[in-house]
Write a protein that binds this ligand. Structure first.
Ligand SMILES: C[S@@+](CC[C@H](N)C(=O)[O-])C[C@H]1O[C@@H](n2cnc3c(N)ncnc32)[C@H](O)[C@@H]1O
Length: 454
């Protein structure tokens, strides 16, 4: 939908369609130049400007908006810093009413002034709220004298909040943000390696799989290798994955009929938090499958609560260490199984997804009544510019930065699944941010001898 500014320009310019119809024409640019020549900076009269730029009612000058958008990454850095230092936890544990100096002291920050400015930057986006102490004159109070408390949003940066996003924000800031600065070079220097979805053919460039992601350029290793050699980062990443359940978990329980299946095999399960939610709600059995070090971590996690320990002791939960690229390690199917991969395919490039899919298809073999469900933030499901679609394109960029992979649309899933011996049967919208891509094994599928990336 076009903004008020665009509508005004369309009217003045006499464009019959949307502003976009005129924006790229020489006449469109000449019109903008005439506007500037006649009216200077083309900003609206002060009252109208103030309404839009100060109170958010009415038009915001587009150049102000564009500059703001271009500096978003700094707000991300401020939120990341607040999460790392645990500003929200410090303020919350003291019951609010804390000065920046007190926050700085508790988290061992030397620069008190900068702490206050980070809090102030966050405040402008709805995180944290400052107020003037009772005995101070509001006109002469400095930022350092102000008292800080949490808001609905900043409270989510607390570790102990049931919907905490702290680990996710820390992961984004420490692991993704520095690499994201190489987006430009990554795109400029190396070609893509995606499967051409229309004809089900992959690019002939077999070396394309090896093109590094921005993260790989920075760290000279893959994301998973990096995490393996940095246990502290693994810990944050695992916590981030677990906390995403608060956004995703309950809707996944309700929007898919899990009761129809006998056993869930969660591939790339991390510590198995999805399995835990599923087994709490349905009379299912489950297998938690991941890389060997992750499975060790998962076993420890399942020992930390009596309820989870009981599920393991009763035999409802089994652990399987392996590699998605080695079909012999993927748990073999039994009738009534459902294989689940939540946020797995988006970590991998097309040729790798085909290899993973083929491993799963080989593990299913001729066993009947088995399904595969891929839970991902499929792209282009909602209008562009909507909050959900913005969230999904952000995820798409995170995947590109970390893995040079992507969020996919239905056409892409369909093409990849067919190359691994599956037939896409349904793309079901879940609430929150995921879709369920449900597939059945093709019955007479014989694994093609062609490599996945040719
Ligand atoms: C983005 S996390 C998703 C975790 C979990 N499914 C969830 O939704 O919370 C990706 C998972 O894939 C696992 N993984 C990565 N490479 C793998 C491989 N080659 N074989 C098995 N699991 C792998 C990682 O250890 C990690 O737990």
């Amino acid at each position: 939908m076009s903004s008020i500014w665009e509508q005004m320009r369309s009217l003045l310019f006499g464009a019959s369609g949307s502003y976009a119809d005129a924006a790229d024409t020489p006449q469109g640019l000449a019109f903008e130049q005439r506007l500037v020549a006649r009216h200077g900076n083309t900003l609206p009269p002060w009252p109208l400007f103030k309404l839009g730029a100060v109170y958010g009612v009415g038009p915001v000058p587009p150049n102000l908006r564009a500059l703001l958008d271009g500096s978003f990454f700094l707000i991300g850095a401020c939120l990341g810093t607040a999460a790392l230092f645990d500003f929200a936890g410090i303020i919350g544990r003291r019951g609010g009413g804390v000065t920046a100096a007190e926050v700085a002291k508790e988290c061992n920050c030397a620069d008190v002034n900068a702490v206050g400015r980070v809090l102030r930057a966050c405040e402008n986006w709805g995180y944290f709220e400052s107020y003037v102490p009772r005995d101070c004159d509001s006109k002469s109070v400095s930022n350092e004298q102000r008292l800080w408390r949490n808001t609905l949003l900043s409270a989510l940066l607390r570790e102990d909040h049931p919907h905490s996003v702290r680990a996710q924000i820390m992961h984004l800031y420490v692991d993704i943000f520095p690499a994201s600065a190489l987006l430009f070079e990554t795109i400029r220097d190396t070609p893509s390696n995606d499967v051409e979805t229309d004809g089900l053919r992959a690019r002939a460039d077999a070396s394309a799989t090896k093109q590094p992601s921005a993260f790989e350029r920075v760290h000279q290793c893959t994301f998973w290798e990096y995490l393996s050699s940095h246990p502290d980062r693994w810990d944050v990443f695992n916590r981030a994955m677990r906390s995403s359940d608060a956004l995703l978990g309950s809707t996944i329980m309700k929007d898919i009929d899990w009761g129809r299946y006998l056993r869930v095999i969660d591939l790339g399960a991390a510590d198995g938090s999805l399995v835990y939610h599923l087994l709490s709600a349905f009379a299912l059995k489950a297998v938690i499958f991941d890389l060997p070090p992750v499975i060790e971590h998962a076993k420890a996690y399942w020992n930390t609560s009596p309820e989870r320990s009981a599920m393991v002791a009763s035999g409802r939960v089994q652990f399987a260490a392996g590699d998605l690229f080695d079909a012999t390690t993927v748990p073999a199917a039994e009738e009534g199984d459902i294989y689940v991969m939540r946020n797995i395919w988006h970590d991998w490039r097309d040729p790798d997804c085909i290899r993973i899919g083929r491993s799963v298809r080989a593990a299913i073999g001729d066993v009947r009544n088995v399904k595969l469900v891929i839970l991902e933030a499929s792209i282009d499901q909602y209008p562009r510019g909507s909050l959900l679609e913005r969230f999904r394109v952000a995820l798409d960029q995170i995947m590109f930065t970390a893995f040079r992979s992507k969020e996919r649309d239905r056409i892409e899933f369909d093409a990849l699944l067919r190359r691994c011996g599956f037939q896409l049967t349904e793309v079901r919208h879940l609430r929150a941010s995921l879709v369920a891509v449900i597939a059945e094994p093709l019955s007479h599928w014989v694994q093609s001898p062609e490599p996945a990336d040719q």
